[in-house]
Design a protein around this ligand. Structure first.
Ligand code: HEC
Ligand code: HEC
Ligand code: HEC
Ligand code: HEC
Ligand code: HEC
Length: 645
């Protein structure tokens, strides 16, 4: 209901601006592409049962852009938004920021303050004059005399709710919100006593919003403290580590001596094929400096620093050491490595490819970053247990070409089974977490974060035998085709990995995948029966209210914007975990060169309870010729997981 009001408000607003919504013809616009945002934020920021969604319309563009990057890269934390932004690039975030900044919407009148006159007076003093005895500058010194902010990067303060203001100052004080260093707001927040915070936020929330656009900061204006978030902006925006870890490195290749340069470039290409940066880069941190946790059934294993730092990275490694790590899964000091590092696949990488990747990694800037200790449960933290595991389940192997097959199939086999390690997620595992050789592409539940990597030969899951090579290439390059889109961990694989591969390599992968023997069709899913009629009717109503405006009354979708749900395997597949995750948390498809500005789906956990969502998903699984099992509310509760993956 609340979402509908939000979406309806947006559509009314959108129509007033001459952009089509609802049943009118689809119009591709930035407003359409950000419907996933207005579902929560509404036009003017909204309070709901589950919290307060701040207004974003009309705030300075540079400020909004910084916030979006901060949520994506982990300097600000709100998982439902971080999940939406995870695979979007800086240019698209800047465009979104510009869009919301350009909206000129009236502010509602402020609520009357419920503070004593003396508290209000104290709040006013702090805001407009500060407190010199505690080296606390006035808010107005930075936020402007009318407190209406200063374009491009300081936001206005009136018009924000008191809850929101309190939450932000608290988050800065507790280190949960960060802006670029030096973070002046963190210092301000730490100098405010709790009663000061109550006074200043109470006073601010009662102020009307000054008319007119946000004033522009006068050039050369000096602030009472240094604010890093402004410096970042003045220099045109530093490039983000999250967006494209390979890019900067690839361009550095040009600086290396000629002979090396070709090998560095080849190594950079191969590193992308193996998505080394995906695991070896922590959110928002330096590329390849390690620190990202990889979930396993036995705990978390942290990826290592691969930059050439002498003490904390690979600075003292030789190409032999590096080859041994990939091929045998042993570190330089002989320690066995955990198979969260996919060496059971990488063992098939050829020596010359290992050497090229090593040369590329040596060309990166050294980053001093000590490896984190793994967080494994007893007894899996014992070296002996790991050695036993390896003795049972791991043998170094080499790729052996199949002479009876064409060259492109063999190239595809080499990439899929080795460097691109598709089976690391898509392969069935035994109870010890080891890949089962015979079930290499049978599909598997991913540890911890709940996604299911579907079978690559079951035609009801992700089997590709009846796809054309061109369609498979399109999926691996653009993250979506007319019949399928990728989400979650697979969106990362495409964004950081396969989209960068050459046409020849993508075709080779497609040829190999297409040739995997298709499973014989198993038992058809039960589907709905007469007893489910009431549940499906409830779902149909919910679908009409919350989903049809994007996915269509008949589940037909909108080409290149909203996926069709009719005849979509992601909808009918069992297990239904991916469907539940997408329904609960929404998402944007991965931004790729082929599709840099994808459309988004709003999260629904804030608006629908688990039973409502289960009814809608059951309906979708059994409408328009679809046939899938019925989902219950408790299944949805169990499977939806958390928004951050
Ligand atoms: C699930 C609801 C939800 C969705 C969907 C959502 N947001 Fe947010 N957004 C929030 C909440 C809650 C906050 C405040 C978080 C905090 O307390 O720091 C926020 C904060 C923000 C801020 C910072 C505002 C400020 O004044 O500092 C920006 C900018 C923003 N969102 C933009 C977006 C954009 C763009 C999208 C779509 C891509 C989006 N949001 C989608 C709930 C949402
Ligand atoms: C030295 C300059 C400076 C002073 C003084 C200052 N601010 Fe800020 N403030 C900033 C900057 C810069 C930002 C944007 C930070 C970012 O990019 O996240 C900001 C952001 C904020 C935000 C976030 C707004 C949003 O929409 O999320 C709040 C709230 C805020 N300031 C409150 C205050 C209050 C209250 C005071 C006075 C007690 C104050 N500030 C004093 C520079 C300042
Ligand atoms: C699925 C996540 C993942 C991917 C993809 C991945 N790694 Fe790793 N890697 C890890 C983890 C986790 C470790 C730490 C293992 C341990 O300490 O036992 C690791 C360890 C290593 C080590 C050993 C470092 C040391 O100090 O002992 C090397 C070398 C390495 N990775 C190279 C690579 C290369 C090259 C690629 C790309 C071809 C790559 N990794 C891709 C997760 C990954
Ligand atoms: C990090 C884990 C991971 C890796 C590595 C991985 N996948 Fe996936 N893949 C998934 C998950 C999870 C899904 C289900 C979500 C979805 O459909 O987007 C998926 C879905 C797919 C789909 C189905 C798309 C659709 O909607 O029909 C195909 C095809 C696929 N992967 C191929 C590959 C290939 C080829 C590789 C190797 C280049 C690969 N995957 C590597 C996790 C992974
Ligand atoms: C504002 C438009 C919008 C609304 C409203 C919306 N969706 Fe979506 N939906 C999308 C977009 C865009 C995608 C593609 C996202 C991606 O690829 O990550 C999507 C993806 C999906 C998928 C995954 C399809 C696939 O091929 O992987 C399912 C299932 C889905 N939506 C169901 C729903 C349901 C159920 C509702 C209502 C509760 C709903 N959607 C409401 C825009 C919307």
């Amino acid at each position: 209901m609340r979402l509908r009001q939000g979406v309806a408000a947006t559509i009314v607003w959108v129509s007033a601006h001459g952009v089509a919504g609802g049943a009118q013809p689809f119009e591709d616009s930035i407003a359409q592409r950000t419907l996933a945002c207005t579902a929560c934020h509404g036009a003017q920021g909204r309070a709901t049962r589950d919290g307060y969604f701040p207004r974003i319309a009309g705030k300075p563009a540079g400020y909004l852009f910084e916030q979006l990057r901060s949520f994506r890269d982990g300097r600000r934390s709100y998982p439902p938004m971080a999940g939406l932004l995870a695979n979007l690039g800086d240019d698209y975030l800047r465009e979104m920021a510009g869009h919301f900044a350009s909206l000129d919407l009236p502010y509602p009148a402020p609520r009357a303050a419920r503070l004593s006159p003396s508290m209000l007076a104290r709040g006013r003093t702090l805001a407009l004059e500060g407190d010199a005895t505690r080296e606390l500058p006035a808010c107005a010194e930075c936020h402007g005399r009318a407190l209406s902010g200063a374009a491009p990067a300081i936001p206005g303060l009136p018009g924000l709710s008191r809850d929101y203001l309190n939450a932000q100052l608290g988050a800065w004080r507790d280190g949960l919100r960060h802006a670029g260093a030096p973070d002046c707001m963190a210092q301000v927040a730490r100098r405010l006593r709790p009663e000061d915070v109550a006074a200043v936020t109470g006073w601010l929330a009662a102020q009307p919003v000054p008319d007119g656009p946000v004033p522009v900061a006068p050039p050369g204006r000096r602030l009472p403290m240094r604010c890093g978030s402004l410096a970042v902006h003045a220099s045109g925006g530093a490039s983000s580590a999250g967006a494209s870890p390979g890019g900067a490195a690839a361009s550095r290749a040009a600086a290396a001596p000629q002979a090396d340069a070709a090998q560095v470039a080849r190594g950079a290409y191969l590193a992308r094929a193996g998505n080394c940066a995906g695991c070896h880069t922590a959110r928002g941190a330096a590329a390849y400096a390690g620190g990202r946790g990889v979930a396993t059934p036995f705990g978390i294993v942290y990826a290592s620093n691969l930059t050439p730092d002498e003490d904390t990275g690979l600075g003292r490694w030789s190409s032999d050491d590096f080859w041994r790590a990939l091929h045998e899964g042993r570190s330089k000091d002989g320690r066995a490595l955990y198979p969260a590092f996919p060496y059971p696949q990488f063992t098939r990488i050829r020596r010359e490819d290992s050497d090229a990747i090593f040369v590329f990694l040596r060309s990166l800037p050294a980053v001093r970053e000590t490896n984190r200790r793994h967080a494994l449960r007893f007894p899996y933290d014992r070296p002996l247990v790991l050695e036993a595991w390896r003795w049972l389940f791991f043998r170094p192997a080499a790729f052996v070409a199949d002479a009876a097959r064409p060259a492109d199939w063999n190239r595809g086999a080499y990439l899929v089974n080795g460097l691109a390690h598709c089976a690391a997620c898509h392969g069935a595992r035994n109870v010890f977490g080891a890949a089962r050789e015979r079930g290499r592409f049978d599909g598997e539940q991913m540890p911890d974060d709940g996604w299911y990597a579907p079978s690559l030969h079951d035609p009801r899951q992700a089997g590709l035998a009846d796809w054309s090579v061109g369609e498979i290439v399109e999926l691996l390059r653009g993250a979506a085709t007319a019949r399928a889109g990728v989400a979650g961990p697979m969106a990362e694989v495409v964004a950081h990995g396969t989209q960068h591969l050459s046409e020849d390599d993508l075709r080779a992968i497609a040829v190999f995948l297409k040739a995997l023997p298709a499973d014989p069709p198993g038992r058809a899913p039960a589907g709905a029966t007469g007893r489910d009629a009431g549940w499906l009717a409830r779902g149909a109503r919910g679908y009409g209210e919350h989903c049809a405006q994007c996915h269509g009354e008949q589940g037909e979708g909108v080409p290149r914007a909203y996926p069709a749900l009719a005849g979509n395997r992601a909808v009918t597949m069992d297990p239904a975990v991916n469907l539940v995750r997408i329904g609960a948390h929404g998402g944007y498809a991965a931004a790729t060169t082929a599709n840099p500005r994808p459309f988004g789906m709003p999260p629904f956990t804030q608006v629908l309870d688990d039973a409502d969502l289960a009814a809608i998903l059951s309906f979708v699984r059994n409408a328009w010729g679809n046939r899938g099992s019925i989902l219950s509310g408790s299944q949805v509760s169990r499977q939806r997981g958390s928004a951050a993956r």
